[in-house]
Design a protein around this ligand. Structure first.
Ligand code: HEC
Ligand code: HEC
Ligand code: HEC
Ligand code: HEC
Ligand code: HEC
Length: 220
């Protein structure tokens, strides 16, 4: 009986000895856990990874075509931008398999032969409510593709496409960095990034004038 009492007393003495130590210990554990969740696990849960249907190699193709980027991404007479080339423009060269690569063979078998358009994923795709046109930026504004897209045109593999599971938008809009810091202009294309440049360049022709410029410059 008495030994039992002594033990309880001993334990409670220990408990009251230094309450700060366990608090600090659990604080550190909790802090470390939230960092792991916030920086490691949360982004993996938030974004699903998708691969382009075909691993397109820009570097090889820029060498093979006559007019560089414009062979595939050009402006039509009416100023509209051609975007990603359709299957027909690939068929000029890939009617039949011309090389030894597995990726080309897959492309010819799965798309060229059945004449099926490739469902490319667009990294820079904006929400439907946003209006964007290449002509004012590339033709009048003389901006480089890389300013907004980074170095896709020089790459020899297609990047992984990351889709936000909540909004369904591409990660390129919010940016790679979880807290939204961008070192290069192409790392992020949120509303404020468009606005920042528009304010600087004085692009401000909307009907409703606000600090961000008329909303209807960029919204339909
Ligand atoms: C032979 C045709 C061809 C040529 C030449 C070409 N591209 Fe592409 N480009 C494509 C195809 C196909 C895609 C879609 C697959 C992909 O994203 O890799 C694409 C996608 C892109 C995208 C991705 C846009 C987005 O947000 O998803 C950019 C940017 C781009 N090209 C820039 C360039 C630049 C810059 C050059 C010149 C240095 C160039 N391309 C030359 C065929 C071409
Ligand atoms: C001007 C001719 C030309 C055009 C147009 C062209 N290609 Fe190619 N493509 C080539 C050549 C040449 C190769 C290299 C073949 C080899 O030696 O493996 C190649 C390689 C490829 C490969 C294999 C790449 C790799 O990394 O192994 C794929 C996939 C491919 N092309 C898809 C496309 C698609 C999609 C389009 C249309 C958007 C297209 N090509 C348009 C000439 C062309
Ligand atoms: C001011 C920024 C900016 C510049 C400069 C720019 N782009 Fe884009 N690009 C975008 C945005 C934003 C989108 C997505 C548009 C949308 O979702 O409606 C896009 C979409 C694209 C697409 C996919 C189009 C589609 O819908 O199929 C291609 C390909 C592309 N750009 C290539 C280029 C090339 C090549 C250049 C250089 C000649 C270039 N871009 C210059 C911002 C830019
Ligand atoms: C680095 C600078 C820059 C960035 C980033 C940029 N823009 Fe622009 N934008 C311009 C300039 C400069 C013009 C005017 C070009 C001209 O017509 O002389 C313009 C024009 C436009 C126009 C046409 C306006 C009109 O009334 O003619 C639209 C629409 C537009 N931008 C939308 C966007 C959207 C949406 C984004 C973001 C996804 C964006 N821009 C990002 C510089 C930029
Ligand atoms: C310079 C171009 C630009 C201007 C001006 C602009 N927006 Fe945007 N807005 C965007 C872009 C690009 C997006 C998509 C990227 C994002 O969510 O940040 C967006 C997204 C939004 C969204 C979220 C929609 C969604 O589907 O997620 C709302 C709401 C919005 N804008 C309202 C406004 C209002 C209100 C104004 C006027 C005060 C305005 N915008 C002016 C470019 C612009």
């Amino acid at each position: 009986m008495s030994t039992h009492k002594d033990q309880t007393k001993a334990v409670s003495d220990q408990d009251t000895e230094g309450p700060a130590a366990p608090i600090i210990f659990f604080f550190i554990i909790g802090f470390a856990a939230s960092l792991v969740i916030g920086w490691g696990i949360f982004p993996k849960l938030l974004y699903s990874q998708k691969h382009q249907p075909i691993d397109f190699n820009h570097a090889v193709h820029v060498e093979e075509v006559d007019d560089g980027c414009e062979s595939c991404h050009y402006f039509r007479e009416d100023g509209s931008f051609s975007g990603i080339p359709d299957l027909e423009s690939c068929m000029e060269c890939h009617e039949d398999v011309i090389g030894a690569s597995e990726e080309e063979e897959k492309f010819v078998e799965e798309y060229v032969v059945p004449e099926r358009e490739v469902p490319w994923l667009v990294y820079s795709r904006q929400p439907d409510c946003v209006y964007f046109s290449h002509a004012p930026h590339v033709i009048s504004g003389k901006m480089e593709c890389a300013e907004c897209h980074g170095h896709i045109g020089e790459s020899d593999h297609a990047r992984v496409y990351e889709e936000n599971r909540i909004t369904g938008y591409s990660r390129d809009i919010w940016g790679k960095n979880m807290i939204g810091i961008a070192k290069n202009p192409w790392e992020r294309m949120k509303m404020d990034d468009c606005s920042k440049c528009h304010i600087r360049e004085n692009v401000n022709q909307g009907s409703v004038q606000t600090q961000k410029g008329g909303c209807f410059v960029c919204h339909k």
